[in-house]
Write a protein that binds this ligand. Sequence first.
Ligand code: C2E
Ligand code: CA
Ligand code: CA
Length: 242
Amino acid sequence: MFQPIVRLADDSIAGFETLARFNSEILGNVPPSEFIPVAEEKQLIVALSKKIIRHALEFIMLLEKEGADELTVSVNISAIQLLREEFVGDIIDLVQEYAISPDKLVLEITESMLAQNYSEINDKLSLLQNAGFRIAIDDFGTGYSSLARESELNVNYIKIDKYFIDKLLLYDEDQVVTSEIISMSHKLGHYVVAEGIEYSCQKEYLMKYNCDFIQGYLFSKPLSMSDAILLIKKNHPDAYTA
Ligand code: C2E
Ligand code: CA
Ligand code: CA
């Protein structure tokens, strides 16, 4: 599925995050929080991820065909994948196979991955950025990475975890640090995406504190490829050329 990531300035769609789904005949709809760890444990994650990345690249091709060629598509990358020696070469081969510019693809890695293998991972991120890919730190604020090393991170986007967005519903503005995370990330040169926006009051807070992008049910749930294209046509009538 593909969930829109929206510019706060004008409500336009900037891109989509690819979210894996597993519909089993026996088990029904299994959430990724359950099947991704199993795939990792059973050494199926590499093959599964290639399949997911291929879906993301097919979606980018479709967006380009529809004239919405400025949009990016994100994919979630697990530690096991990123730490493989072949990862950088494999992902370069994949975008070349689809003739897609690497800057259309955003690789999301969780902050907790950095806490464990900081130097190794940051070096990989630098290689990926030099190859043209964009990088997002996912679940930011929950992963115990070091603030001291934050400024050296080779990343383009910080995705603030839903935890800090939910807090906005429960506490007064002066009791939450969400706005400080936004200004810190901006000072360090990263764009900020806020995740899990469900209510307009959360959106208003984020606008007030100059967050760049939002993602959440308030704008849209994750969509099938065809529904995502329909939404684009509605949201960007001018970009749509076909
Ligand atoms: P994530 O990367 O933090 O993805 C965001 C999750 O929040 C998604 O759950 C999304 O459907 C959900 N979400 C988005 N907006 C809202 C909202 O407004 N309210 C609420 N309550 N939830 C919202 P999902 O799709 O169940 O994915 C869960 C996690 O599974 C992801 O968290 C990610 O860590 C992992 N995952 C999903 N797809 C993949 C994949 O292809 N590869 C890997 N390695 N992990 C994946
Ligand atoms: Ca993510
Ligand atoms: Ca997240």
